[in-house]
Design a protein around this ligand. Structure first.
Ligand code: PMP
Length: 342
């Protein structure tokens, strides 16, 4: 670390091993490919790419397609290399040394990394003994700490808790801080309120093609907000970051969003089935509105899953997150857990 910043001591790369064999339920991915029409159109379009040219830096066609889906203006949209890039850009745009960031805990781990990169302080808002968060706790911490940035992840990764539109509005209206509304999993929840960001000067909604749209491979995320905020994100993010291939595939996917509805419904139904099965097995599973279920269970159950090449996410001893798989994959998971809890 001799040549690096002192404040970055101890920073480790975010690492998730690429697994190619077995049942993969560790990264909140979709168990199914995008609809075949999306894949077929993408294949055709890719043949027409002028590979010797840079991508469209303004991502005009993709921005317009996203704006159309939400019935908003193009000036209120920008895209990035996953929502990760845009979140990182926001932290850079908002935070100065020692500024306070407030977020529920546990939540998406990168929020703490992005805070640290800006030498800002991440103050966690904890849930009750069952890890259920209360928006009033967030509001009192806002009063106590006067943060620069507040994070709301709904449904929350990894606990799956969904905040209603009214709850989110209550937090927004309690502060002048910038609010990052991370809606990576909102397509699996009761109501999509992405566009509330346009009612306020200090709210940015973050969305991704990596989850319900089944396209983590192309790394595209987007932000929706008032023009001034979008312009700032665009000013800071790396030029040409979203590749031509990614822009083309994401455009086709969002233009065909209706074709995803069936597979999203399937994942929601499987989530409810899996939740019931886990509860029947006396596993402490959390009610979720995302495509994963957070649970507290004996490590020996995970050992049995690993032996059967079933991979779930372990946070620490006894704390796990299971991505909802296909019905076949969930059956296999349940079968192993049943055998082990007999
Ligand atoms: N937000 C949340 C809550 C996430 O769980 C993730 C990915 N796991 C992201 C943002 C980033 O997603 P991506 O960069 O693939 O859009």
């Amino acid at each position: 670390m001799k040549y690096m910043k002192k404040s970055f001591d101890g920073l480790l790369p975010y690492h998730s091993k690429l697994i190619t064999d077995g049942i993969i339920l560790n990264a909140n991915e979709s168990p199914i490919l995008p609809p075949s029409k999306v894949i077929e159109e993408a294949k055709k379009e890719i043949l027409n790419i002028e590979f010797n040219r840079y991508p469209d830096m303004d991502e005009e066609i993709l921005d317009k397609a996203i704006a159309k889906k939400f019935g908003i203006k193009r000036e209120n949209v920008t895209v990035g290399v996953g929502s990760d890039e845009l979140l990182d850009v926001l932290f850079r745009a908002v935070l100065e040394k020692d500024d306070i960031v407030l977020g529920f805990m546990p939540s998406f781990s990168m929020y703490q990394v992005f805070s640290k990169l800006q030498n800002a302080k991440y103050i966690p808002v904890l849930g009750n003994e069952f890890n259920i968060f209360n928006v009033d706790d967030m509001i009192s911490k806002i009063k106590e700490y006067n943060p620069k940035l507040v994070l709301i992840c709904s449904p929350n990764n990894p606990t799956g808790q969904y905040f209603t539109k009214d709850e989110v509005i209550k937090i927004i209206e309690s502060t002048n801080a910038m609010i990052a509304l991370d809606l990576a999993y909102i397509d699996f929840a009761k109501e999509d309120y992405t566009t509330i960001a346009l009612n306020y000067d200090n709210v940015i909604s973050f969305r991704t093609f990596s989850k319900a749209m089944a396209l983590p491979s192309i790394r595209v995320g987007y932000a929706i907000s008032k023009k001034e905020n979008i312009d700032m994100l665009d000013a800071i993010k790396a030029p040409y970051s979203v590749t031509t291939i990614s822009q083309i595939i994401a455009t086709i996917a969002i233009n065909n969003f209706d074709l995803y509805k069936g597979q999203i419904k399937m994942i929601i139904n499987e989530r409810e089935r899996l939740y019931k099965e886990l509860i029947n097995l006396k596993i402490n599973a959390y009610k979720s509105e995302a495509n994963f279920i957070y649970c507290i269970m004996d490590d020996k159950l995970n050992d049995a899953l690993l032996k059967n090449k079933i991979y779930i996410r372990k946070f620490k001893s006894n704390i796990y997150r299971i991505t909802v798989g296909s019905s076949y994959e969930n059956d296999k998971l349940i079968e192993v857990l049943k055998n082990e809890t007999k």
